[in-house]
Design a protein around this ligand. Structure first.
Ligand code: FAD
Length: 264
């Protein structure tokens, strides 16, 4: 059988049993992409599933290639070495197989890199607010790795919602960036943390309504600030409705707007 795999796993960091950073090297380079875009990765159904998964409803034949889209977390110039931030869906088809991978294993990656969730439509001198729940953080890691040094004149902020402190992937990298770049603000907010967590608690939208960004010099106006939302559909819905009231409109292929959305 002709080999369908075209990439090798070069790293796997298990943050929890449900959350990992996966690195792979494709056999051939891709074209340079835009930070924030996604590609598809895949494994054959014959691959084993993680011990923590449940049995899926659909049976697939062994030679079926299971493919799913994932946002690329690595910088846009890394056209062979790709990083992904992945959450384990126990009843899913692909993620239990991805969580079983070991360094050196082979897998598949698409040669197409897609999506309009990028900084391309953000006018110069406009603040950038990146809001995520869970692995919705991935495209912002690519934004920051690719572009943080290009924009000293604007404010950039990441607001990351998660359950517990150990669910905050990229915490060290984002904390370091906050120390290095005065115009970068990192606001992790947790739903289940106890009082040993001295950062923000609660839902993202409650902090937006309380003026978290304005307190840090970020004006809540579509001419001044572009918002990016990525992750849980409920967060996307509730933050979007807050922003629609402030006259933000959604950015689409055909109409420019200051609200950019990617739903998983
Ligand atoms: C543009 C785009 C980018 C994406 N980027 C990422 C990323 O960076 N990281 C990432 O982890 N995921 C990302 N996803 C989601 C990813 O593509 C898969 O849908 C997800 O990993 C589940 O795949 P699976 O094959 O394991 O589950 P499936 O076999 O597709 O789903 C099985 C069942 O689980 C449910 N389900 C699916 N996903 C979830 C979930 N997250 N939580 C609870 N139930 C679920 C489904 O409704 C279904 O019933 C992205 C999706 C899109 C559209």
């Amino acid at each position: 059988m002709q080999e369908v795999y075209n990439a090798t796993v070069t790293g796997k960091i298990l943050l929890t049993q449900e959350l990992m950073i996966l690195r792979l090297r494709s056999d051939e380079s891709r074209d340079e992409f835009k930070a924030g875009q996604f590609t598809q990765i895949g494994l054959l159904a014959a691959e084993s599933r993680s011990a923590h998964s449940t049995v899926p409803i659909d049976e697939l034949s062994d030679d079926f290639l299971i493919k799913r889209p994932y946002s690329i977390a690595s910088a846009k110039t890394e056209t062979r070495d790709f990083e992904f931030y992945i959450s384990h869906v126990k009843s899913g088809q692909l993620t239990p197989r991805l969580f079983s991978l070991q360094q050196g294993n082979r897998m598949w990656i698409d040669d197409k890199i897609m999506g309009i969730f990028s900084l391309n439509d953000v006018p110069a001198k406009t603040n950038i607010v990146m809001i995520a729940t869970g692995t919705g953080l991935a495209p912002y890691i690519s934004f920051l790795r690719s572009h943080i040094a290009d924009h000293p004149e604007i404010n950039m902020a990441v607001i990351h919602g998660a359950a517990n402190p150990w669910d905050l992937g990229y915490y060290s990298e984002l904390t370091l960036l906050q120390k290095l770049f005065k115009n970068f603000h990192y606001f992790p907010t947790l739903l289940k943390a106890d009082n040993s967590w001295t950062g923000l608690h609660g839902y993202i939208e409650q902090h937006l309504k309380a003026g978290l960004l304005e307190e840090n010099g970020i004006e809540n106006h579509p001419d001044k600030t572009h918002y990016f939302l990525c992750g849980n559909p409920k967060m996307v819905e509730s933050v979007s409705s807050f922003l629609f009231e402030k006259k933000f409109t959604k950015n689409t292929k055909n109409s420019p707007g200051a609200l950019h959305i990617e739903e998983y």
